[in-house]
Design a protein around this ligand. Structure first.
Ligand code: HEC
Length: 126
């Protein structure tokens, strides 16, 4: 699999990300699409080992998982900017979110998961 394919896949996910942004902006129709995002087992593990450390600890200053209000302005930046900030780091957000095994596709999925409302989470605790 080439890098390009991965980025293309990420771009497709980006469409869903855009829907999410529209939903946050108050579009009722799109709101229904801002349903819970489920991670597959591998991504759930990546989440547990990396993102969760900060994105479920308000003391870090990170936008908290499922805090849709905190995520709305970030999602509105668009996928390119978000990916760039994940890969290169952004203030307290470390480069790659401390996940060296994550690819672009994973970063988008993980971000969508965190930005979506709480519901059927990873299925582990609570
Ligand atoms: C060491 C703590 C830490 C870890 C681990 C971490 N983050 Fe973050 N993240 C932050 C903080 C703090 C911010 C807020 C940065 C700011 O806005 O100043 C942030 C912000 C973000 C943003 C928004 C960036 C923006 O442009 O507004 C995204 C997207 C993000 N994180 C994704 C992830 C993903 C995906 C993972 C796991 C692969 C992850 N983070 C892991 C601390 C972390």
């Amino acid at each position: 699999m080439t890098k390009k394919t991965k980025w293309q896949r990420a771009a497709r996910r980006g469409l869903a990300l855009a829907c999410l942004a529209v939903a946050f902006a108050g579009c009722d129709e799109a709101k229904n699409e801002a349903a819970a995002v489920t991670l597959d087992e591998r991504q759930a593990t990546l989440y547990e080992h990396a993102c969760k450390t900060c994105h479920e600890d308000p003391a870090t200053g990170a936008p908290q998982t499922h805090d849709t209000a905190a995520w709305a302005p970030r999602i509105a930046k668009g996928e390119d900017v978000l990916l760039d900030n994940i890969v290169n780091g952004f203030n307290g957000m470390p480069p790659l979110g401390q996940c060296i095994e994550c690819d672009a596709d994973d970063f988008i999925s993980l971000t969508m998961f965190m930005a979506a409302p709480a519901h059927n989470e990873t299925g582990d605790s609570q």
